[in-house]
Design a protein around this ligand. Structure first.
Ligand code: NDP
Length: 445
């Protein structure tokens, strides 16, 4: 495989799809050696078949606001690869959603899902609809309109969506309700469902929990732990609160959370009622993290800033792609940060990753470190198939074990002669080999 040649061809075909091209290049560079050592991959055109989605469906989503005004958004589903199981990946509702961001997320999802050890392929979908500031009725009408197009593409053995940015329990409820009406069946086609209708305990906090479990394993390779460490987290959404909760449980002090408008620094730690308040803020659908500093005297709001200029031991970027750049990485490193573990998908820019990987800082890439969410979605699917529910401890234990197994797979495939582990390489190779071998088994299809 010649990475530059492949990338040139891909760039010509998909000019301007920046995030997607960035994600593909990162994977190709990591797996090039393993690929070239296995000529059966080249002759079967595995990489050419893997970097293009199986199909992309685009549709319009008309909906009426509360005043009767009609709006039209775009809806997408990218079914990327189903070599090891049904397509699986969340739906994102955010104004930034476009084909490039969904192709990047769907591509990443293939390897992430393979790493979980569960039988799930990769996909992603969403819309440029912004649920922020919309009433419940508007969100419901939008979700119902979106589902009138999506329902025929998905099914429990075909394609199983979940939530992502802008798609939480409420949206999944409306989407699932419409699916059930149209498909005339009550099957586990979504994950992240409500507990009363087939959801799994721990699913909401699973990505954050899993990220902390992964970071815990990385820290253990240096005889370190979360105990007594300070932690900065970006975002104050689904992933961020789970990470804040678990880091606190393990004895760390979370001193920062953030939103698009700035960050909160609280030297007394963000735990207990403060995490509950963070959840309340999130539920209001407002777009500011600032009210946190009005509520708690110890908290200070830094407008327009990112939490990466703080002196912390551990950084958990849990907000959005490309939110931590080269300068941020340099600041974290010079302030003595020892571990950066990605709760979000691709939050570090390629330049930031270069800087981090050239330092002694432990770096957990999202496709491994945030795989706990989809892993628990896989556990939700298993419970739905068995038509029973596991208790909290059972789901948490399984999630914890999966994160340890993912960490071990990264170490096995990413350790160099000096014993240093490149977790990016390890995650990409482990995920790729599983999918590529399944594709070889299935023939050219
Ligand atoms: P949420 O919408 O629940 O939370 C995202 C949070 O990030 C919000 O608080 C949002 O604030 C904030 N945010 C957005 N842009 C910025 C920015 N530029 N700087 C700081 N904060 C910002 O989404 P999730 O927590 O579900 O997802 C977060 C990330 O984790 C995404 O990359 C997602 O793909 C990834 N992920 C999520 C999984 C899951 O299970 N939910 C699984 C695996 C990965 P505001 O609401 O004000 O915009």
């Amino acid at each position: 495989m010649n990475v530059d040649k492949l990338m040139n061809e891909l760039e010509k075909k998909h000019t301007g799809e920046v995030e997607y091209l960035q994600a593909v290049r990162e994977v190709l560079e990591s797996i090039a050696d393993v690929y070239n050592e296995n000529p059966q991959f080249e002759s079967a055109g595995i990489i050419e078949r893997l970097i293009e989605p199986d199909r992309i469906v685009t549709f319009k989503v008309p909906w009426a606001d509360d005043s009767g005004q009609v709006h039209v958004n775009l809806g997408y589903r990218v079914q990327f690869n189903n070599a090891i199981g049904p397509y699986k990946g969340g739906l994102r509702f955010h104004p930034s959603v476009n084909l490039s961001s969904l192709k990047f997320l769907g591509f990443e999802q293939i390897f992430k899902n393979a790493l979980t050890t569960l039988p799930m392929g990769g996909g992603k979908g969403g819309s440029d609809f912004n649920p922020k500031g919309k009433s419940d009725s508007e969100i419901m009408r939008f979700c119902q309109s979106f589902m009138t197009e999506l329902w025929s593409l998905i099914g429990p053995e075909t394609d199983v969506p979940a939530g992502d940015i802008g798609v939480g329990a409420k949206e999944i409820g409306y989407l699932y309700g419409m699916y059930k009406k149209l498909a005339k069946e009550n099957t586990g086609v979504f994950t992240g469902k409500g507990l009363n209708w087939g959801g799994s305990l721990i699913r909401p906090e699973a990505t954050g929990f899993g990220n902390v479990y992964f970071a815990k394993e990385m820290l253990a390779t240096k005889n370190e732990s979360f105990e007594g460490k300070t932690v900065a987290i970006s975002g104050f959404g689904n992933v961020a609160w789970g990470a804040a909760q678990k880091a606190t449980d393990l004895g760390a002090k979370v001193v920062a959370i953030s939103g698009p408008d700035g960050y909160i620094y609280d030297p007394e730690g963000i735990s207990g009622e403060k995490i509950d308040f963070m959840l309340e803020l999130r539920a209001t659908n407002e777009d500011i993290v600032k009210p946190f500093s009005y509520e708690f005297d110890s908290a200070q709001f830094y407008e327009g800033k990112k939490p990466w200029d703080l002196k912390v031991d551990i950084a958990l970027p849990c907000a959005i792609q490309n939110e931590l750049d080269k300068e941020d990485a340099e600041k974290l490193i010079s302030n003595g940060c020892m571990c950066i573990s990605e709760g979000a998908n691709m939050p570090c820019t390629p330049e930031a990753i270069d800087v981090i990987q050239n330092s002694d800082v432990l770096y957990g890439p999202g496709k491994a470190a945030n795989a706990g969410g989809v892993a628990t979605s896989g556990l939700e699917m298993t419970q739905n198939s068995m038509k029973l529910s596991w208790n909290r401890e059972e789901v948490d234990q399984r999630l914890h074990k999966i994160m340890i197994d993912i960490h071990n797979a990264c170490v096995e495939n990413g350790k160099d002669e000096d014993g240093k582990v490149d977790y990016v390489k390890g995650a990409n190779i482990a995920g790729f080999l599983k999918v590529a071998n399944a594709m070889l088994d299935h023939g050219v299809i």
